[in-house]
Design a protein around this ligand. Structure first.
Ligand code: ACO
Length: 331
């Protein structure tokens, strides 16, 4: 039976490693400069996991905070969805590890792989599961340890990425506000613009591949850039039209934190002024699946999001994939 109650984000949390890697640090590692990175991307520093910290460690930290802030006990959680491209192991997924470590004894658990769109895709799944009446409360985590799959010899990509996690508890809500709608999409013809060439079933990792770094991220940056600017404005405009929302009604836009020039151009195209756009990429770089929920969490912590605010989120990334959503913040 369909659940017609409001469905909302009930609490948010984050987990980031302490170690900071600045642009000046990178100048010592590859042929780059703080000036180039700052002017082309807006990134000043990023967080990097030490060797003993991995995906589930960041996920557990963020999830505990989101559960505590939403007043959720372990037995309240019906499902865990983890959006990541950097799980602890190639097999199994990381959601089961998180479920076990948090003692979520009733929860189903699975990973969702849609790169930087992954958390918004996962939030849409959670919304659908709750709307269907099947579940009431779902933990939605976006986490990535991109430092493990970045090619630290490739200056065109390694300067962009960082590690982190954001989490939210999404559930039934008795109040008047909640999630309004999502728009999800994909264009697999662009799958080679952003991929890891070796290590999958198409081309298992070889010794030569390992030496050449073909087990690390390859990206056609300019192609992804053009796609990102176009798709962010298209998906958001579609969502606004479908829900009779004018861009000027948006209190805060929380976009994927990949590049300040992408954020700037997309916001302009959609018609949202930059003072209503949340940016934290200067501190974290592109954290892929963590990017949107980590930004949402910090926006709420800083008081940039208040009860009743109209909040828009948007992610894009490998796949190629994209996902946007709008909600009235519930608390
Ligand atoms: N430092 C100094 N110079 C550099 C660096 C660097 N770190 N990287 C590249 N350059 C050089 C290039 O070699 C090139 O030199 P050349 O002109 O002598 O050939 C010059 O800078 C310009 O390179 P471009 O690639 O044209 O630079 P551009 O302005 O396009 O910026 C960037 C590159 C930042 C990667 C941009 O294309 C971008 O942000 N693309 C989108 C990436 C993205 O958003 N990915 C998101 C998805 S990630 C995910 O899903 C995991």
């Amino acid at each position: 039976m369909l659940n017609n109650k409001k469905i909302a984000i009930l609490g948010v949390g984050k987990g980031v490693p302490e170690k900071v890697l600045t642009n000046s640090d990178l100048e010592k590692m590859v042929d780059t400069s703080d000036e180039w990175i700052t002017s082309r991307t807006g990134i000043k520093e990023r967080r990097i996991c030490p060797d003993h910290i991995c995906c589930s460690d960041l996920a557990v930290e963020a999830a505990e905070q989101a559960m505590q802030r939403s007043g959720s006990a372990p037995e309240d959680i019906d499902m865990v969805i983890v959006a990541t491209v950097t799980p602890d192991y190639p097999l199994p997924g990381v959601a089961g590890i998180v479920q076990d470590r948090l003692g979520l004894i009733r929860a189903a658990a699975f990973d969702l792989k849609a790169a930087c769109s992954g958390w918004v895709y996962s939030a849409a799944c959670a919304f659908g599961f709750i709307r269907s009446g099947l579940y009431k409360r779902i933990l939605v985590i976006g986490v990535d340890v991109l430092s493990r799959i970045a090619n630290w010899h490739d200056r065109s990509t390694c300067v962009l990425f960082g590690d982190g996690c954001g989490a939210a508890v999404i559930g039934e809500h008795e109040g008047e506000y909640g999630i309004i709608d999502f728009d999800l999409g994909a264009d697999g013809s662009g799958s080679r613009y952003l991929y890891i060439p070796e290590g999958g079933s198409r081309t298992p990792l070889t010794r030569e591949g390992l030496e050449a770094g073909r087990n690390k991220i390859f990206m056609a940056g300019q192609e992804v850039f053009k796609f990102a600017v176009k798709i962010q404005s298209e998906t958001l405009s579609k969502l606004f039209r479908r829900n009779n929302v004018a861009p000027e009604e948006v209190d805060l836009f929380v976009p994927h934190q990949a590049n300040i020039r992408i954020i700037d151009s997309s916001a302009k195209r959609v018609g949202i002024p930059m003072d209503r756009v949340f940016v934290n990429l200067h501190k974290y770089g592109n954290t892929s699946g963590a990017s949107v929920p980590l930004a949402l969490c910090e926006a709420w912590e800083q008081g940039r999001i208040k009860k009743g605010d109209l909040v828009a989120v948007c992610g894009f990334g490998a796949g190629l994939t994209w996902a946007s959503g709008i909600m009235k913040w519930a608390y």
